[in-house]
Design a protein around this ligand. Structure first.
Ligand code: ZN
Length: 241
């Protein structure tokens, strides 16, 4: 079966629609959290997910937008956007986001927004952090988001974690070594490439494909302007930072 894996939509409906169209038909979608926060279309993004056969874990922005975390734990720009999101989310979207679990296992795979040891908060950016998270789990493959940067960590036979950056179009073989796999962000990439990011997992071919998709950034920016988003947030999506 083929699974569409994505994370950190951040209420960017234009980017989400571009990803879904580029992906084409898959058997199920796996969403790694942060459906909302920063972007202009939180209810529309939730509604789009609800129309898909999908599973989802909770992100830190989702948790704060529905009152499960305090917006005070976020910096000024993120907090202001979360307060707007909390006011804007309708009852159905709020209930949906609240019901998402912090972790999910599917067959032998673990899905989590941040990391296995800190599902909502830890950004796995270093080999050391990856190694520590490998040590507390047994799943061969773990999918994470949260950093908004596509990245793969592999645990080699000596027990060391090694990392690599998957480029657009790259195929990663799932050939036995344990891995932590981050598909990047749909709605707010931060690796310097503003295109939306996602991955496809194929459990028959045992491989992951990484993709980047152009979307109408100017449309999302004008939607952000219309809801009073900050200039800094509006500008950063054009740079992918
Ligand atoms: Zn995020």
């Amino acid at each position: 079966m083929r699974f569409g894996v994505f994370s950190d939509i951040h209420a960017n409906l234009v980017a989400l629609e571009a990803v879904l169209q580029h992906m084409g038909p898959v058997d199920q979608f796996w969403c790694l959290g942060d459906v909302v926060g920063y972007g202009p279309s939180p209810n529309e993004c939730v509604q789009t997910l609800l129309d898909l056969d999908h599973i989802i874990v909770m992100g830190n922005h989702d948790a704060a937008a529905v009152g499960a975390l305090s917006p005070r734990d976020f910096n000024g720009e993120a907090r202001r956007a979360l307060e707007w999101t909390a006011r804007t989310l309708d009852r159905e979207s709020t209930a949906y986001l609240k019901s998402a679990p912090e972790q999910l296992t599917r067959n032998e795979l673990l899905l989590v927004h941040g990391s296995p040891r800190e599902p909502l908060w830890e950004y796995i950016t270093t080999d050391e952090q990856a190694q520590e998270n490998f040590a507390i789990t047994e799943n061969p493959y773990t999918f994470v988001g949260h950093t908004h940067v596509p990245l793969v960590f592999l645990l080699d036979r000596e027990g060391n974690a090694l990392s690599g950056t998957p480029r657009d179009g790259m195929l990663l073989r799932l050939a036995g070594e344990r891995m932590l796999i981050n598909p990047g962000s749909v709605g707010q990439p931060r690796d310097g490439d503003p295109r939306a990011a996602y991955a496809i997992v194929d459990d028959e071919q045992m491989q992951v494909e990484f993709h980047r998709v152009e979307y109408d950034i100017a449309k999302t920016q004008s939607d952000m302007r219309a809801v009073g988003a900050s200039t800094w947030l509006i500008e950063r999506i054009a740079y992918g930072r």
